[in-house]
Ligand binder design. Structure first.
Ligand code: NAP
Length: 304
């Protein structure tokens, strides 16, 4: 049986490092790094994520602003707001919470954020820096995965890496980071033929799909490191009882909230993998930690 690769210890370490540096900056320069989060519409999950990011900022001593707008906001108004934040000295990082309502273009939004304040790392300039292996702000989730592997001394050099999912948010930037770290990378998607066969080549397998428990043991080579990025809601108690060896907590979750969070990887993969990140408690914790790290980095890049 493999080991659960928790994200909590590393996330705590990263956040402590940020908190210490922020308090030093405050003492020496009487200023603090600032993050602005923009939320458009009423998506419940987005509200939770933005709230969590704001709470983290407060705990680490960062300045934070949350701007909320109704979903009938005109895209040109959003552009104007971002441009105002681009010019606001107190703000070092700007993030626009996805998904945006219909009528908004994520690409336009990412392009409007100044690369120096692009803490999500999705501006074409930031992505260009990643491709060219130049310094810059990197997308938080892939960056968190790279840090997690590094913290466990899991080497990527020369390894077969298979990433399922090719989104701009996770799969594509991670494939570049893994390539830059000398992995031999295969990116899979919904049109990949014979996915279990391709996936089972991997020494390091990453699932970023958005389909609960999709990756079963037949996708996994014995002893592989498996990183589960997915966040899905499971609402069926019978399915939860069957999926988990110790389902009590999951069943309580469903009773209380109507769902329990599961990843893209079936928990039984732990019996075949050497490491598997849990959901919740794995990659998600690192995504938030890396956002705090990126806000501090953006401050340092811009304000010296
Ligand atoms: P996305 O934009 O919807 O991309 C999903 C990818 O999975 C696409 O490339 C899609 O292929 C591929 N895919 C879908 N069904 C497939 C199938 N049957 N076989 C093979 N590939 C398939 O999603 P995302 O933003 O990357 O997010 C993926 C998951 O990670 C979601 O559950 C999301 O909530 C979660 N997430 C978690 C964090 C975190 O911090 N833990 C951060 C971001 C996202 P095509 O390109 O061919 O359509």
């Amino acid at each position: 049986m493999g080991v659960w690769l928790e994200g909590s210890t590393l996330a705590k370490e990263i956040k402590e490092r940020v908190r210490d540096e922020v308090s030093k900056i405050k003492a020496e320069r009487n200023e603090v790094p600032g993050l602005a989060a923009i939320l458009v519409g009423k998506n419940k999950a987005s509200q939770v994520y933005v709230g969590m990011k704001q709470k983290n900022c407060e705990r680490l001593g960062l300045y934070s602003e949350v701007l909320t707008f109704k979903e009938n906001l005109d895209p040109s108004e959003l552009k104007k707001k971002i441009e105002e934040l681009n010019h606001k000295d107190q703000i070092d990082g700007i993030l626009v919470q996805e998904p945006l309502p219909q009528g908004f273009s994520s690409h336009e939004v990412a392009k409007t954020i100044l690369p120096e304040k692009d803490v999500d790392g999705l501006n074409p300039c930031s992505l260009g820096h990643l491709l060219r292996v130049e310094s810059g702000l990197r997308p938080c989730t892939p960056l968190g995965i790279m840090e997690l592997l590094k913290s466990r001394k899991i080497s990527i050099k020369g390894k077969e890496v298979v990433i399922i999912g090719r989104s701009l948010l996770v799969g594509k930037p991670l494939s570049i980071m893994m390539t830059n770290a000398h992995g031999t990378v295969t990116v899979c998607h919904s049109r990949t033929e014979n996915l279990p066969k391709v996936a089972s080549r991997a020494d390091i397998l990453v699932a970023a799909i958005g389909r609960g428990a999709f990756v079963t043991p037949d996708f996994v080579k014995e002893g592989a490191v498996v990183i589960d990025v997915g966040i899905n809601h499971l609402t069926d108690k019978a399915e939860a009882a069957e999926m988990f060896k110790e389902p009590e907590k999951r069943l309580q979750d469903i009773d209380k909230k109507g769902y329990t969070l599961i990843g893209d990887v079936h928990p039984s993969v732990i019996d075949k993998a050497s490491f598997l990140t849990p959901v919740p408690g794995g990659v998600g914790l690192l995504t938030v930690a890396m956002l705090m790290h990126n806000t501090l980095k953006a401050y340092k890049l811009r304000r010296g």
